[in-house]
Ligand binder design. Structure first.
Ligand SMILES: O=P(O)(O)OC[C@H]1O[C@H](OP(=O)(O)OP(=O)(O)O)[C@H](O)[C@@H]1O
Length: 175
């Protein structure tokens, strides 16, 4: 399999090149199962988290370990939007995402008991990769609907040109 070198926080990985859409190849970053890469990325992102942030907000799946380590480092709580409805969810916030990266629409779910943790809080959005920015837009909408305020948008990698301003520490090519 063809690979591509990615580096963040001084750590390099040779990751697979995938072709989610014909003629558009992208490196597939994987934080799951790679504590060294997660720690390096979290250290690199730490200075970008705005002072005054009270809660971090992320989505399933791959940004979870990154957000967890960052939260632990900074002594902050975090909330995770799910990508599937779980049977125990009560009165969830349901938010549609149009992500061009995958070519299909997605839905994010946030159980009310976690939405309450965003109420009146200064929230920073965290992701592993931002591409179209549609996932971040949906996350921002969820925070607003939960009664919180977004003070920062941060991702480890930028790929292409997101539709909203996001702070990143590394770039991924579209080949
Ligand atoms: O800016 P966008 O175009 O919206 O793309 C970014 C999204 O794509 C990736 O998730 P993915 O769908 O690969 O799911 P995963 O986190 O479960 O791997 C990433 O974690 C963001 O959620």
């Amino acid at each position: 399999m063809e690979t591509y070198p990615i580096t963040i926080g001084g750590v390099t990985r040779h990751v697979p090149l995938i072709e989610p859409l014909p003629g558009r190849r992208i490196p597939l970053v994987e934080f799951l199962g790679d504590p060294e890469l997660v720690r390096a990325a979290a250290q690199a992102l730490k200075p970008l988290v705005p002072a005054g942030t009270e809660v971090l907000f992320t989505t399933e799946t791959s940004p979870i370990p990154l957000t967890h380590v960052l939260a632990e480092e900074m002594g902050l709580p975090y909330v995770v939007a799910r990508r599937r409805r779980r049977p125990y969810m009560e009165d969830p916030i349901i938010q549609e995402v149009q992500t061009l990266t995958l070519g299909v629409g997605e839905v994010l779910w946030l159980d009310r008991r976690f939405a309450e943790k965003l109420l009146n809080q200064k929230v920073t959005l965290i992701s592993d990769v931002v591409s179209s920015g549609e996932t971040m837009k949906a996350m921002e909408r969820m925070v607003l609907r939960a009664g919180g305020r977004v003070v920062g948008r941060i991702a480890a990698f930028r790929q292409g040109t997101p539709a909203l301003e996001v702070l990143t520490v590394a770039e991924l090519p579209v080949l």
